[in-house]
Write a protein that binds this ligand. Structure first.
Ligand SMILES: [Ca+2]
Length: 135
């Protein structure tokens, strides 16, 4: 009777271990957040709400190149920063940031106030940012 009780405990422990490992596997391996944007940077994110991948910029950028860091791959949109940002967090120390839809600060623009985060889809600027300037 005692042996049987012990084997049930082991089974439960094994079951719990399996569930825990399943939860760890299902968690996004490359989740990003607004918290990843260190002070002094403006951060662009591939998805809304600070998700999907991050790119930090401490200075002006006249043409986005390269890929988001910790990017969650999506074959439809890839991981390139240019024309792909869906949220922004201005964690600068003293300035606002103007995002532009074209290279070298051209096209339409959107101002990200210092200390604020925005879903760019909510302000008509989704997947179009190509350059930015602090001001
Ligand atoms: Ca996007």
């Amino acid at each position: 009777m005692k042996m049987k009780h012990k084997s049930v405990r082991l089974t439960l422990a094994t079951f719990t271990a399996v569930i825990v490992s399943m939860l760890m596997l299902s968690a996004p391996a490359s989740a990003t957040s607004y918290g990843d944007c260190t002070l002094g940077n403006v951060c662009l994110y591939k998805d809304t709400g600070g998700g999907g991948g991050i790119k930090l910029y401490g200075g002006h950028e006249d043409q986005y190149t390269g890929n988001f860091l910790n990017c969650t791959w999506n074959p439809a949109v890839g991981c390139a920063v240019d024309n792909n940002a869906s949220s922004v967090y201005n964690h600068g120390s003293s300035s606002n940031v103007m995002l532009y839809s074209s290279a070298s600060y051209g096209g339409s623009n959107f101002s990200a106030t210092r200390g604020w985060a925005y879903n760019l889809s909510a302000v008509g600027f989704n997947d179009v940012a190509t350059s930015h300037k602090w001001y």
